[in-house]
Ligand binder design. Sequence first.
Ligand SMILES: Cc1cc2nc3c(=O)[nH]c(=O)nc-3n(C[C@H](O)[C@H](O)[C@H](O)COP(=O)(O)OP(=O)(O)OC[C@H]3O[C@@H](n4cnc5c(N)ncnc54)[C@H](O)[C@@H]3O)c2cc1C
Length: 390
Amino acid sequence: MLRTCDVLVAGAGLPGLAAAVALARSGLSVVLADRSPVAVPPIDPETWDARVYAISPGSAAFLSAIGAWQALPEDRMTAVEAMAIEGDRGADLGFDAYDLGERALAWIVEERELRAALVPQVHSTGVEVVAPAAFASLDWTPGGGTLTLEDGRRISARLVVGADGLSSWVRAAAGMASEPVPYAQTAVVANFACERPHRGVARQWFRPDGGVLAWLPLPGNRISIVWSAPSAQADDLARLSHEALASRVSEAGSHALGRLDVVTPPARFPLRFLRLPSVIAHRLALVGDAAHGVHPLAGQGVNLGFGDAQALAAVLGARGPVADPGAPILVERYARQRAVPVLAMQGVTDGLARLFASTLPGVPLLRNLGLSAVSKLPPVRHALARPALR
Ligand SMILES: Cc1cc2nc3c(=O)[nH]c(=O)nc-3n(C[C@H](O)[C@H](O)[C@H](O)COP(=O)(O)OP(=O)(O)OC[C@H]3O[C@@H](n4cnc5c(N)ncnc54)[C@H](O)[C@@H]3O)c2cc1C
């Protein structure tokens, strides 16, 4: 059985879902395939998803344009009004939404809520979903790519969009050899109830051991944490009792919000970096983590993925007389549009992760001096914040 379409989006994580919707909205026939079912997740309002994202104002505007942002329940989102960052020797740096002329620096939203907002858009825009479906092989002709599934079904597209994550099968099947590089850190995520109100402030501590602890505000007196720690330490943290973990997290954050109590038990994510020489190949465009892996310290991975989806849909939507959505001129235009924003974000996040992990003599002092200097220079502070907002 052969199904033909303009674009096959292979991978239905958040960037893949958004890409499928945005491409369908620009008038293309789209098939979305994933090994897991593509469905609205069951949501128990008494519980909180351990996976939460800081969604930038730029991503929020894109999600709004494709009909998903307005579907998010207001009582499950928190505006980040300010951010307080502390270096490992006491230096600090702050960002304020008001100061930057923004309603919020970001919105904290649970993954399952984002999926629940995007999946109905997939169906209402006429995207054909092929899931659950295990990928078996990918073959290329001058005019497109054909994905064969393990059950023998085939999907042929003028353009294949690889949206299948950091260890992308599509990327490997296209002969792109690059592999993600481990950071030797693992992120521990968990949610907590806090004694004192967070007042919409996100907090982040760079730690002397090279780790980074972030507290993100959730609705009510709750926070979500991302503790990127040396992997052995992360394993220890995840093994602690809930009481001991809450006490360690509170102590690591100088008890800024008083007593903490675990709301959602910890989950672990090994951290890896990926930089590709190119995010495109013949009849192929990569989006999301398949195209780039960044350290979560700036909360930008999924935002970069949404940026990819938006750029690809804009390029294909404005293709004018070029009827073929997989034409090299369009795919190259997409790669050019994404090169600078992705490089800049990777440079900042990877640079900071490595700078704060360094134990070379003098470096700890210098990095803290740098943080203080940025804090005293509003134009530099603004220049640093702008790319993260958009
Ligand atoms: C701890 C942590 C915190 C983070 N916090 C933030 C944040 O606050 N803000 C932010 O912007 N980003 C954040 N990120 C980054 C964000 O999680 C990722 O960038 C994003 O989830 C990547 O989405 P993706 O769809 O590209 O990949 P994935 O989420 O990995 O999705 C890939 C999809 O492809 C499918 N797939 C994979 N392989 C196959 C195959 N062989 N066959 C069929 N289907 C396949 C999978 O089933 C899945 O649906 C964080 C990351 C971590 C680890």
